[in-house]
Design a binder for this molecule. Sequence first.
Ligand SMILES: [Zn+2]
Length: 125
Amino acid sequence: MVIRIRKRALLSALQGARETHPREFIALFDGEENNGETMLTDLVIPPLAQSTGRSASYVPWFLPATSTGLASFHSHPSASNKPSRGDLLHFGKTQRWHFIARYPYRVEDVAAYDSQGEKAGFEIV
Ligand SMILES: [Zn+2]
């Protein structure tokens, strides 16, 4: 399985993380899945997202109906991009892939995980 993400989508997410700091930023990535390959193309910012310094949530039914939401993205205002216990619970019930960016939200601060919380590799295209 290969995950590719458009640079523009990832940079937009990181920009959102910077602007929301020191609160968490949460969003989704839309894309396509083909023969086990995931291509993430667009950032989707959920309406009514709420966040604090420790968690972020959204109300899924406010998402656009066309959104495939293949992957989630959220930021950690800390120096860790590892999933928290709450993240792991959420990962298992929602999207297939999950991105976490830690402060200071550079491309190299991003890690991707599968729904079990196992680290996944990704390519920026
Ligand atoms: Zn988290």
